[in-house]
Design a binder for this molecule. Structure first.
Ligand code: FMN
Length: 220
């Protein structure tokens, strides 16, 4: 089970990072790759790179070396994502939504004919065999907030879903701006949910038992 981690946890003492470390401690280090968006903030499209993207991915043109070079950092994100079976995105909520660096990562990886395409007039995501886990923390609590206040979760669902990645689990510790005891409780519940999600991933990745193999043989 290869897991790609995309993290944006810039704050010293980040609670989101604490949840991520809890998840990582249960993974095989040899099967984990990491994109750290706080260590190296992703590029955003400028005139040169968006023109190159459209020329290459929409018009099918071969780029010259300089134009290709401009897209190379974005292409490396795509390669890392596609090489994994699962992805964990760890981020705090900023201004009711994704921090800009995380949106820039999505803008980089949602590439026509690399993570999605159009087939018979329909959009088709290419990462349908992946599963994703979104880990986030927020100062406020949004469970009973009016619709639209939490823009983070719906956006992540939409963006991953567009790439075909609709198997998304969301684990949040909300209310980190609250009293210490309630923060501790939210963090502890989030850790327990992470354990459940990762146990599910491991169960799916495990080789079939002899009984299951027999059943497959009978059916097949
Ligand atoms: C720039 C910035 C913007 C934030 N915006 C929001 C917000 O819109 N809603 C909210 O509930 N919390 C907001 N917060 C609080 C963080 O989401 C919260 O403290 C979170 O737990 C921080 O995660 P970290 O400990 O991993 O840094 C904001 C924090 C920062 C630094």
């Amino acid at each position: 089970m290869k897991v790609h981690i995309v993290r944006y946890t810039p704050r010293t003492g980040s609670r989101t990072a604490q949840l991520l470390e809890h998840a990582v401690s249960q993974l095989d280090p040899a099967a984990v790759t990491v994109t750290d968006l706080a260590a190296r903030v992703p590029p955003v499209f400028d005139q040169r790179t968006v023109d190159a993207y459209i020329q290459r991915n929409y018009a099918g043109q071969t780029l010259d070396a300089e134009a290709a070079q401009g897209l190379a950092p974005m292409d490396r994100y795509v390669e890392a994502l596609r090489a994994a079976d699962h992805v964990i995105l760890a981020t705090p909520m900023y201004n009711f939504a994704l921090p800009g660096a995380v949106k820039a990562w999505f803008d980089a990886v949602i590439q026509k004919d690399r993570t999605w395409t159009v087939r018979d007039g329909q959009y088709e995501g290419w990462l349908g065999d992946h599963r994703a886990l979104l880990l986030y923390t927020s100062g406020g609590v949004y469970e009973e907030a009016p619709a639209g206040m939490d823009q983070l979760t719906p956006m992540v669902r939409q963006l991953f879903g567009f790439m075909g990645l609709s198997a998304l689990d969301v684990v949040a510790a909300q209310g980190t701006a609250g009293a210490e005891a309630s923060v501790a409780s939210a963090m502890s519940q989030a850790r327990a949910r992470i354990d459940q999600v990762l146990a599910g991933w491991r169960a799916d990745a495990a080789p079939p038992s002899p009984v299951e193999r027999g059943l497959h043989a009978e059916v097949g």
